[in-house]
Write a protein that binds this ligand. Structure first.
Ligand SMILES: C[S@@+](CC[C@H](N)C(=O)[O-])C[C@H]1O[C@@H](n2cnc3c(N)ncnc32)[C@H](O)[C@@H]1O
Length: 258
């Protein structure tokens, strides 16, 4: 990965410096000693900056900052506003593969409601920030902490993951690819926009997901996206919402020829 550096907060300690250097080695990025340099000054010479703070990791690029937080997810849980995701699954304790983890909002929701979640994220930095948050972030709600800690994550392309996974491994395959329309409408994900992959190989994905999944493939996409109709997803229409969910029941019965 080019032109992305790792540094610490201005207020730093030996421990923070060591942590930043260790991360830089793991991710094959350059570590820069912060001194009193501002993020703006650093961004004048590089594409992005990962900053190791005492209790937080942030990624800066252009004018955006990406860091792990629970804002919308905690609110949804508090208001029991699960979106139709939990209702679509309808059964308890399902094994779910979230193929597009992002900030893990949907993974946390699913884990909170008792499902066993494995989450895949292709981008190294998004995976680093989210998986660190899932391990270390402390919410005042102990049930949310438990839900975060039991999610298993992998940093890879979900297509590659699906291809090496045996048939019928997960009950549910979920995906929420980068939106095809006006990405800025999702303020919650603003920070990941410069990093996230916006292309998605739907056909290949659906073929593998049908093999690896047992019960349903679920998608979240912008309401204007024609993906629902194109691939025969049953769309759950919600008034006044920009994003809709859709599902496909996986049918593995052999077709009888007459
Ligand atoms: C819209 S975000 C997902 C948001 C997530 N549902 C949440 O609640 O925070 C899409 C994420 O999928 C990731 N992504 C895109 N293509 C991918 C792929 N082929 N494999 C794994 N992750 C992918 C992007 O990098 C981005 O982080």
């Amino acid at each position: 990965m080019k032109d992305i550096i790792i540094t610490t907060s201005v207020k730093n300690t030996l421990e923070l410096n060591n942590q930043a250097q260790k991360l830089a080695n793991e991710l094959n990025l350059n570590y820069i000693k912060r001194n009193k340099t501002t993020i703006k000054q650093l961004l004048a010479t590089v594409r992005g900056v990962i900053v190791v703070y005492k209790n937080k990791l942030s990624y800066f690029e252009n004018n955006s900052e990406f860091f792990f937080h629970l804002d919308t997810t905690a609110l949804k849980i508090k208001n029991s506003d699960n979106e139709p995701l939990v209702e679509i699954i309808s059964k308890e304790k399902q094994s779910v593969l979230d193929c597009t983890m992002g900030l893990a909002g949907d993974s946390i929701l699913l884990s909170y409601y008792g499902h066993n979640v494995t989450s895949i994220e292709k981008n190294k930095i998004i995976h680093l920030i989210t998986s660190t948050g899932l391990k270390n972030y402390i919410s005042p709600d102990e049930e949310i902490n438990k839900a975060m800690r039991k999610i298993t994550t992998f940093n890879c392309n979900c297509i590659d993951y699906l291809k090496r996974t045996p048939d019928n491994t997960f009950d549910i395959i979920y995906f929420d690819p980068m939106f095809s329309h006006d990405i800025t409408e999702s303020n919650n994900l603003d920070g990941i926009t410069p990093l996230a992959d916006t292309t998605f190989p739907y056909e290949e994905f659906l073929q593998e997901a049908t093999r690896v999944g047992k019960d349903k493939i679920i998608i979240k996409a912008h309401f204007k996206d024609n993906i629902f109709e194109k691939y025969n997803f049953t769309r759950i229409v919600r008034k006044n919402t920009k994003f809709h969910f859709g599902f496909l029941n996986i049918d593995k019965k052999p077709k009888i020829k007459h």
